[in-house]
Ligand binder design. Structure first.
Ligand SMILES: [Zn+2]
Length: 235
C-alpha cells in the first residue's frame, strides 16, 4: 500500500500546485498601469468634450446676438430713410453704437472659434491616446485570459488524474482519502524532512512513523504523510 499512497500523494501534489498556479494568476503591473492610464484618458476626453460643448454654446450665443444686432441695424437704416432731419442724427448715433457692438461680437466670436479649434485639437490627440492605451489594455487582458485558461486546463487535467488515481483504490481506503480531501489536503509527501503540503519541518517522531509505514498526520496541516520518512535525512 505504501507505493500506491505515494503515487496518490504525488498526483494530489500536482493537483494542489495546479490550483495554486491558477490562484496566482493576477493582472500584471503593465496591465494595471495601462488600465489606470486608460481610465485617466477617458476622464480627460470627457472633460475636453464638455469644454468643446461649452465653447460651441458660447459661439452660438454670440452668433445669435450678432444676428439680432444685424436686424436692429437694418431696422435703423429703414427708419433713417423715412426719418425727419432731427431724427437722422439720433438714428445715426444709434447705428454707430450697434456697429461698434457688432465689431466687438465679431472679435469675441473669432477668439471663441480659436479656443474651440485648440480644444478640438487636444480632444483629437487625447482621444487617439485613449484608443491606443485601450488597445494595449485589451491585448494584455486577452493574454491574461489565455494564461488563466491554460492554468484552468491544467487544473482540469490534474483533477482527472486525481479521480483516476482514486478510482483504482480499495473502497475503504478511497472513502478515507475522499473524506480527508474534503477538509483540505488528504495526503502529503514527506520530502527531505518536510511536509510537501505545508512545507513545515517534520519532527523526528513523525518521520520515524512515516519510515515505519505507520499512519501519521502532519502535525502542522493534518495531511496524511507518506513517503521516505527518515530516509530523507531530515533529522
Ligand atoms: Zn503539513
Amino acid at each position: 500500500m505504501g507505493q500506491e499512497l505515494i503515487e496518490i500523494a504525488t498526483v494530489e501534489e500536482r493537483l494542489s500546485r495546479a490550483r495554486a498556479a491558477l490562484e496566482a494568476v493576477r493582472p500584471s503591473a503593465a496591465l494595471r498601469a495601462a488600465e489606470a492610464e486608460h481610465a485617466e484618458l477617458v476622464q480627460r476626453v470627457a472633460a475636453l468634450e464638455a469644454e468643446r460643448r461649452e465653447v460651441e454654446g458660447r459661439i452660438a450665443a454670440l452668433e445669435s446676438q450678432r444676428d439680432e444686432l444685424g436686424e436692429r441695424l437694418a431696422r435703423l437704416r429703414g427708419q433713417g430713410d423715412h426719418a425727419g432731419f432731427r431724427d437722422q442724427s439720433r438714428l445715426e448715433a444709434e447705428s454707430t453704437m450697434v456697429r461698434s457692438r457688432l465689431e466687438e461680437l465679431d472679435e469675441a466670436e473669432l477668439e471663441a472659434m480659436e479656443e474651440r479649434d485648440s480644444v478640438v485639437a487636444s480632444l483629437d490627440e487625447v482621444t487617439a491616446q485613449r484608443d491606443a492605451v485601450g488597445g494595449t489594455v485589451a491585448e494584455l487582458r486577452a493574454a491574461l485570459d489565455v494564461e488563466r485558461e491554460q492554468r484552468r486546463e491544467a487544473v482540469r487535467t490534474a483533477e482527472a488524474a486525481w479521480a483516476e488515481a482514486l478510482a483504482g483504490l480499495d473502497p475503504g481506503l478511497r472513502a478515507r482519502i475522499e473524506a480527508r480531501a474534503k477538509r483540505g489536503r488528504a495526503l502529503a509527501l514527506s520530502i527531505a524532512g518536510r511536509c510537501s503540503a505545508c512545507h513545515m519541518e517534520l519532527s523526528g517522531a513523525v518521520l520515524g512513523a512515516v519510515a515505519a509505514g505507520r499512519d501519521v498526520d502532519c502535525e502542522s496541516c493534518g495531511a496524511w504523510l507518506v513517503g521516505e520518512g527518515l530516509a530523507g535525512g531530515g533529522l
